[in-house]
Design a protein around this ligand. Structure first.
Ligand code: TEU
Length: 544
């Protein structure tokens, strides 16, 4: 028997950019409630909400100053309860973001921990610097570039922060911190939420603070990545809490191999239900995400195949709030509709839990930035300035951040072609993409040929189709440019064809079957070639 989370299509909401109900330019909970019917109609069965907690917004909610309260910009706890109720009434589940690697430096715990004698001192990693206190305690580097330590002028000591300087890392080897986290988990599960997306969960436990090996990025990784202490903690959370509430968990796991992912998700281990892995998001990167290389479709196909075969419960995603938009990345803006639909076919036909990111269903694209002040994301600024300090020319740094900035994913959702894309009646916190006049929900709703209706159709098909929900995956190799695979149960077999190139590609064999779906107008029932960005599903009648 499948669990509820194996049956549903998930949809990620980045609340700040989803829908603003009160005209302050910032998305909010009431805005989300107003779009629940839209989401239901899309066929979505569960929502992942990026953080709604109180936060000074250095990293827009991923720096939490009070876990047990809602950021007033988004509404109140009462609003959140309403959202839960309204979503559940529509049979939509809700999972929240759980950020426990770090808090905000404005969290009460951290403020108190600045005092050396406070019982909160040991909630974080406070250490003496080296070189007479002037240099960081070790050589670790941050996910957002530069050293992973910050000096506190007052006490002269340093604190660890793997992300921004306003995100001090929590010390999870302190049992008091673990108890605090359990309180938070119970608080929201008692309220009725259905699970958690666990932020950077595989780096939460620091086994030692010794210097890291010499690597180009993320020095120190071997001391905190996939540690035994992390497994121990997850098992504790899971057996004491998650399993008691039948809560679903998906861990964001940076830099994991299939084996490391299995170690977190194998049912016998009682840790997490699933993970977000990143390898397929690295196929167009050289070394780190800021250095992009040309996208080669076969690399994506190969990586996806590796994970399809390597892990029992996969998640499938091409976008989230940290990644540039997929249509111009793995698809093509010249073939915007076709390639967005091809990616949709892949997303919904692979084995595992599909996650759609807000706006993906209408093929929203990257933002045409033209000034550094357009960027709101702390990462874009720190990477830009870090690169400049290293002497990398302005032009190159500009190119790197415009292509890769997380703000590409965070521009407001384009609901209409009107003012501010219908996102807000005020001034949006982040600029709206000018292409909203053409690319928007209103224009695509009810338009049979639109990307939105293609998503709607395929989600509905998947919701009612056991082969897509539970069937085995097998890749059928044809050539480097196309991805063909089967999904099969005892009841039958579906064959899925995807061409992520702008050329017609010939297949080695002729495949025939009953046509189920396709992104070209003439849905075919036999294939010996695939047109540019063509994608199709047939019910197999075998090879001929
Ligand atoms: O992301 C973790 C993470 O690894 C990212 O920082 C990633 O390296 C980067 O975004 C790639 O551009 C999570 C959240 O999803 C992200 O929004 C937070 O900023 C981060 O954790 C810290 O909480």
């Amino acid at each position: 028997m499948n669990k509820w989370w194996q049956e549903r299509v998930f949809y990620q909401i980045y609340p700040r950019s989803f829908c603003d109900s009160d005209g302050d330019g910032i998305g909010d909970i009431k805005g989300i409630i107003s779009k629940l019917d839209y989401l239901k109609n899309l066929g979505v069965g569960a929502l992942w909400l990026s953080p709604l907690y109180r936060s000074p917004n250095d990293d827009y909610g991923y720096d939490i100053s009070d876990y047990l309260d809602i950021n007033p910009e988004y509404g109140t706890m009462r609003d959140f309860e309403d959202l839960l109720k309204e979503a559940h009434m529509r049979d939509i589940k809700i999972i929240m973001d759980l950020v426990i690697n770090h808090t905000s430096d404005e969290h009460e715990w951290f403020k108190k921990s600045r005092d050396k004698d406070s019982q909160y001192r040991d909630y974080y990693f406070w250490r003496q610097g080296r070189g007479g206190g002037k240099k960081p305690p070790n050589n670790w580097t941050s996910f957002f570039s530069g050293p992973a330590w910050q000096r506190d002028e007052e006490s002269g000591e340093w604190y660890l922060r793997l992300f921004s300087k306003k995100q001090p890392d929590l010390n999870l080897s302190n049992p008091k911190v673990v108890e605090e986290i359990k309180k938070i988990l119970r608080f929201y599960l008692d309220m009725g939420i259905d699970g958690f997306r666990c932020d950077v969960i595989n780096v939460i436990y620091k086994t030692s603070l010794l210097d890291g090996k010499n690597r180009f990025v993320l020095k120190g990784l071997e001391h905190y990545h996939s540690q035994e202490g992390c497994h121990r903690l997850l098992k504790e959370f899971s057996t004491e809490i998650f399993e008691k509430y039948d809560a679903f968990t998906v861990g964001e796991t940076v830099l994991v191999s299939p084996q490391q992912a299995r170690d977190l998700t194998d049912t016998g281990r009682h840790e997490l239900n699933s993970v977000f892995s990143f390898e397929h998001m690295e196929v167009d990167q050289w070394l780190v995400k800021w250095f992009k290389t040309k996208f080669k479709p076969h690399k994506l196909y190969d990586t996806l195949t590796k994970w399809q075969n390597g892990l029992e419960t996969n998640t499938v995603y091409f976008e989230n709030h940290d990644q540039p938009r997929s249509v111009g990345r793995f698809g093509s803006l010249e073939y915007r509709d076709l390639s967005a639909k091809a990616l949709c076919t892949l997303l919904l036909c692979l084995r595992g839990i599909p996650f759609i990111y807000q706006g993906q269903e209408i093929a929203m694209a990257n933002y045409p930035f033209d000034d550094l002040t357009d960027f709101k994301d702390t990462e874009s600024h720190s990477v830009y300035h870090f690169g400049r300090k290293l002497g990398i020319p302005k032009k190159l740094m500009w190119k790197l951040i415009t292509k890769t900035s997380r703000d590409n994913a965070r521009t407001p959702v384009q609901w209409t072609g009107g003012k501010n894309a219908g996102f807000t009646s005020g001034t949006p916190w982040l600029k709206v993409n000018p292409d909203h006049t053409e690319i928007n929900v209103e224009a695509q709703s009810g338009l049979k040929s639109s990307v939105l209706e293609y998503y709607r159709g395929l989600i509905r098909f998947r919701n009612g189709n056991d082969i897509l929900k539970s069937g085995a995956f097998k890749r059928i190799y044809d050539n480097k440019s196309v991805f063909c695979f089967e999904r099969e149960t005892l009841e039958g077999k579906l064959v899925v064809f995807v061409n992520l190139t702008n050329k017609t590609q010939r297949l080695k064999n002729l495949y025939r079957g009953e046509a189920i779906a396709g992104n070209y107008d003439d849905i075919k029932n036999k294939f010996d070639e695939l047109r540019p960005y063509e994608a199709a599903i047939i019910k197999s009648l075998g090879k001929q």
